[in-house]
Design a protein. Structure first.
Length: 350
């Protein structure tokens, strides 16, 4: 199937005006009744403590916020310390959220649904991207050019993440099942290594690691934007209940970062390149061609539609026990209240 592209340099630059307007007005659609004053929203703490939040190379906005020190500046006067923890994949972010190791973590939408359906007490408070971050990858000369060619082959994938669910959907579309392949459950970077050293025949990859492999000659033999779920920013329910001002500050920072990234795509790519150890050209491919950062940040119907589509797959594979768990999770996961009150102008430059 030919790749579907919704993002490009033209798209990103076209978004600058709208995103810059967000930064100047300090609001998003829906702000108004019930919104907190900017000073209160920026306060972000209930008497000190630590905000523990993840950063991930698959979440460029998290890298911008960390690089700029905006959260540290916004929370300093409240005596709140910011602790950054790197997530190597959605599965690791989910583990950290479930254990309480982080208050806020970045996952794919599919991974957030899986966690919620299996009892993880989380809410999605912001949509950080609509990416094309997963695809099926092989080496030149492998003899693999279609999904059907995977029958009887070994494929590296990180279970509990978008690339894994991308693989499941691709197999199903081609009339195959997970039993028709041997899935090697490897973390994303290890999957790339396994492909390169010949330990597996194919890899269900994740950007920016995948873009780096592509630059070295790997072939993306199957792409499908509709099989990529959104980038979800999730918070534990206890954090949202006990520290609502900090949660609002986090979303404010994300909306400032969204506007800043749209206005500064090349510098955003540079930040990604430095954080992920990528060539700048590779980072630009990820940011300018395969990441729609200007997506509507409010979790809502678009995400519910995607989750409802992927949910039955979890039941079929045994990752979730019942469809009722899926339905309950889809109905309770998304929380747009903080985005509706977001005030990007409350986040000052450090």
């Amino acid at each position: 199937m030919a790749p579907t592209r919704t993002t490009s340099r033209r798209f990103v630059l076209a978004a600058v005006a709208a995103s810059a307007a967000l930064a100047l007005t300090g609001c998003v659609a829906g702000e108004g009744s019930g919104s907190q004053p900017a000073a209160a929203a920026a306060a972000g703490g209930n008497g000190g403590g630590t905000l523990t939040i993840d950063f991930a190379t698959y979440n460029p906005l998290s890298l911008v916020i960390k690089n700029k020190g905006w959260l540290e500046a916004a929370l300093k006067d409240q005596g709140v310390t910011v602790k950054w923890v790197q997530s190597a994949g959605s599965n690791k972010a989910n583990e950290a959220l479930r254990s309480g190791a982080v208050d806020v973590g970045s996952t794919a939408g599919s991974a957030a649904l899986l966690a919620k359906a299996n009892g993880s007490p989380i809410k999605t408070i912001d949509i950080f991207s609509q990416p094309e971050w997963a695809a099926l990858v092989t080496k030149p000369g492998s003899g693999i050019s279609t999904v059907a060619d995977l029958k009887g082959k070994s494929v590296a994938a990180t279970k509990g993440t978008d690339p894994y669910f991308f693989l499941l959907q691709a197999l199903s579309e081609s009339g195959l099942s997970p039993k028709d392949v041997t899935v090697q459950n490897l973390q994303h970077a290890d999957g790339r290594t396994a492909l390169e050293n010949g330990s597996v025949d194919a890899w269900s990859g994740l950007d920016p690691i995948m873009a780096g492999a592509e630059q070295k000659g790997a072939k993306l033999f199957y792409r499908n934007l509709s099989f990529n779920t959104y980038g979800f920013l999730n918070a534990t329910e206890s954090f949202l209940k006990d520290r609502p001002q900090q949660a609002q500050t986090v979303v404010n920072a994300y909306e400032k970062a969204r506007a800043w990234a749209a206005a500064n795509p090349d510098e955003t790519a540079q930040i990604l390149a430095e954080a992920a150890g990528l060539d700048l050209a590779v980072a630009k491919t990820v940011v300018l061609q395969r990441s729609n950062l200007n997506v509507n940040p409010a979790p809502g119907e678009a995400q519910r539609t995607v989750l409802a589509k992927i949910g039955p797959t979890f039941v079929e594979t045994g990752d979730v026990a019942s469809q009722k768990q899926i339905d309950d999770a889809v109905g309770s996961l998304l929380d747009d209240s903080l985005v509706k009150k977001a005030d990007a102008s409350a986040i000052k430059d450090s």
